[in-house]
Design a protein around this ligand. Structure first.
Ligand code: ZN
Length: 447
């Protein structure tokens, strides 16, 4: 953008959904200096050297934070449908992950970044791959998307042999990956990712715990996604996943658990007491027939649940607007229409996500002193008018069509509904080619 980097930017004329501690909504302006939010308030005075951006009639909110996604699975969107979790893994996802190359990683990440940014998500917690994670990180770096990513570990499974690695070797590689990707632009963390208990030996899980402690990496994994996963975990370890992680001393703020659909009240209590993070993936849980996670009970227990779209082959989009709407609506038949109100959902989709990644002091709300990460929505569309009460409008009636701009640290990464840093048409064409290449090289009979 054509302005002096040292000049202050003033975004004028907004309705600002701050997502601050008191859920304040105000009419006014946002002042940005050196990439940080300097002030938020009504009619901020403009200095002559300010770059003033007229945003009259637009809504501003923090961009979405998705805490469980698979950037590398997007190439098999619409190719793994109508299956249950274990079948979906064995027949599609594991063989396709095994067939990924540096080139297909890049095309999958670009496609994912385009979809995520254009639907208002700026920060993701990615599950990575069992290799090629530096390629993921380098591809993310040029897009404007921000990500935590890491290496997947699996030492016990009957899937593709190249995904089955000895515990010591894969831990060493996870640590080397952390060293390699730390410091890349927009890579905000590296985690260590045992896929789930079902594909892990006790030795692997113990080594993950030790390595995470030594390297200060968070542990990102899937837990209690469906009954079959719980049963397979009991058969191997004599305990369901949450109890197993308790026994291993792994529960705590550095453990990030995706799904938690089949958890009982005692397990919820354990998760809450230890500060363990829960990432809710409502579309995936419905589409794979896994169930409906007991999120109202978790919130009541004090767990600050966040949200992720999971992988495109299980969803089949990476769009937080879909996830917010579904996360709210699926709980209402059982718990009543006042359950999961719009404000609670919006916090889960923004500040709770930032908190799950330990980044709540720098992003996740529009407040002075934070990064100028800002999502600008155009509410003046047929499907979202009237919008006088902006929070229910955002959660229940808006969609990606409302996304106008996304700013990351004061820099436009989406402007007027287009990615600023890469071409969407070439990303789509590359992904279509990459997907065919991947399909050819995999051993799957798609019929
Ligand atoms: Zn997942």
């Amino acid at each position: 953008m054509a302005h002096n980097d040292r000049a202050r930017q003033l975004l004028k004329g907004l309705t600002i959904v701050t997502v601050n501690g008191t859920n304040q909504v105000l009419s006014g302006d946002i002042a940005i200096m050196d990439g940080m939010i300097q002030a938020v308030g009504p009619s901020l005075p403009a200095d002559p050297e300010d770059t003033v951006l007229d945003m009259e009639g637009m809504l501003a909110m923090p961009p979405f934070v998705q805490t469980h996604v698979h950037l590398c699975q997007t190439l098999w969107r619409n190719m793994a449908d109508d299956m249950s979790l274990i079948q979906w893994l064995k027949e599609r996802t594991l063989p396709l992950e095994a067939a990924m190359t540096a080139s297909t990683v890049r095309s999958s990440v670009l496609l994912s970044a385009a979809e995520l940014l254009l639907s208002g998500t700026l920060l993701v917690n990615d599950f990575g791959l069992a290799g090629l994670v530096p390629d993921i990180a380098r591809a993310v770096s040029g897009t404007g998307l921000r990500a935590v990513t890491g290496r997947i570990l699996m030492d016990l499974h009957d899937g593709p042999p190249q995904l089955r690695q000895d515990a010591s070797a894969s831990i060493a590689d996870a640590i080397a990956t952390q060293r390699e990707i730390t410091g890349l632009p927009d890579i905000v963390g590296c985690s260590i990712n045992p896929r789930f208990a079902v594909s892990s030996s006790m030795r692997l899980l113990e080594m993950v715990r030790e390595a995470a402690g030594q390297t200060r990496m968070a542990i990102h994994t899937h837990a209690s996604e469906n009954e079959q996963e719980n049963e397979l975990t009991v058969a191997r370890f004599g305990a369901r996943p949450i109890r197993l992680y308790e026994k291993l001393g792994m529960l705590g703020p550095a453990l990030r658990l995706a799904h938690c659909v089949k958890v009982d009240n005692d397990e919820i209590e354990l998760i809450a007491r230890t500060g363990t993070k829960v990432m809710h993936c409502p579309s995936t849980n419905l589409k794979l027939g896994s169930g409906i996670a007991p999120i109202p009970r978790m919130l009541e227990a004090g767990i600050p649940v966040s949200i992720g779209a999971d992988g495109a082959p299980a969803n089949n989009n990476l769009d937080m607007f879909n996830e917010m709407r579904i996360a709210s609506l699926i709980q209402k038949p059982e718990h009543g229409p006042d359950c999961m109100p719009a404000w609670q959902i919006l916090r889960m989709a923004t500040i709770n996500g930032a908190a799950a990644l330990g980044l709540q002091h720098e992003t996740g709300s529009i407040e002075p002193g934070k990064r100028a990460d800002i999502l600008i929505l155009n509410p003046h569309l047929a499907h979202s008018t009237p919008f006088d009460d902006p929070v229910p409008a955002i959660v229940y009636s808006m969609g990606r069509e409302n996304v106008r701009h996304v700013l990351s640290k004061g820099v436009f990464v989406v402007r007027d509904g287009k990615c600023e840093l890469f071409g969407i048409d070439s990303a789509i064409a590359m992904a279509q080619m990459g997907s065919r290449d991947l399909r050819r090289r995999s051993s799957i009979d798609f019929k």
